[in-house]
Design a protein around this ligand. Structure first.
Ligand SMILES: [Zn+2]
Length: 295
């Protein structure tokens, strides 16, 4: 038996609280919360950048000017006010029974906290009300499956019904392979909703982000009234490597970059990230019904 020196030499505790430490087991120490990431490595220049600096600088590397990809909610927070989410419960499963897709979806949902690759809702940009959607690079690089197509379609239908312009933050690697033909059908479905919105005389602004490719570039990305692109974004249908291998020719420098597309007339304007909110607000204001009646 262990000899208790304390009890032997010292007087008994005056009250039960003094001796409580011997009797009652102490509660286990609470696990410390993991501190927020303080610094991260820039994926372009490789330098370590403080997360706070990066956040303050609109996600732009202060050392080399590289645009870090933004989550849809960070993008919305940066460009809009009074965001009110719509169709948040929309989700679909493994429609074709593609092997391993259920697990992939579950993992992505847990990792991102989102149900699929797009966040939709209403908001105000520069005080102008609009409907908007923002795609999520973390969800298979914003690939378009049933849920993404359905939510974007519903956003346009909602905007048509309520007479709102739409601002779309577009980013996509293309159709979602695991949903096969169902994924490709979203191209026609979203296009029909965009057309109806346009027929109602409403404005649609697409903001093309890095990368905007595949089925999305062949549908709602390029169906907007005004197409702006974030500086340096890769925009195209098939990727440059696939094209080079197919046509067996070297592509010109800067091919499929936003600046190249603007030069060729596919993009109306290249926007710096810091100017995005002001530009969108101004565009919405100029095209609002109230602006039309002014002399
Ligand atoms: Zn950098």
């Amino acid at each position: 038996m262990k000899f208790d020196l304390k009890k032997f030499f010292f007087r008994k505790p005056k009250n039960e609280l003094e001796g409580a430490e011997d009797a009652a087991p102490q509660p286990a120490e609470q696990p410390q919360p993991i501190p927020e990431k303080l610094a991260e490595k820039c994926e372009k220049c490789g330098q370590i950048v403080l997360s706070a600096d990066l956040e303050e600088n609109f996600g732009i590397c202060p050392k080399c000017g590289h645009y870090k990809k933004l989550t849809p909610r960070a993008r919305i927070a940066m460009c809009a006010e009074d965001f009110c989410e719509l169709f948040a419960d929309e989700e679909s499963g493994n429609v074709l029974g593609f092997p391993g897709y259920d697990k992939k979806l579950a993992d992505l949902r847990e990792k991102t906290g989102e149900k699929d690759g797009v966040v939709c809702g209403t908001a105000a940009i520069g005080g102008m009300p609009c409907a908007l959607f923002a795609m999520d690079y973390r969800f298979q690089m914003g690939s378009m499956g049933h849920t993404v197509g359905e939510k974007i379609t519903k956003t346009f239908e909602y905007a048509t019904e309520h007479g709102l312009p739409v601002v779309g933050f577009v980013l996509s690697g293309g159709a979602r392979m695991q949903e096969g033909i169902v994924s490709l059908m979203q191209m026609a479905k979203t296009s029909a909703a965009v057309a109806k919105h346009g027929e109602a005389g409403l404005l649609y602004i697409a903001v093309l982000l890095d990368p905007t490719t595949g089925g999305v570039s062949a549908s709602f990305a390029f169906e907007a009234d005004i197409i702006v692109a974030e500086k340096g974004a890769l925009i195209g249908f098939a990727g440059p490597r696939v094209i080079e291998q197919t046509i067996r020719q070297t592509l010109p420098e800067g091919f499929q970059r936003a600046e190249f597309l603007q030069e060729k007339g596919f993009v109306d304007r290249i926007v710096e990230r810091k100017e995005m909110k002001d530009l969108l607000g101004a565009l919405l204001k100029v095209h609002s019904p109230a602006a039309e009646v002014q002399p």
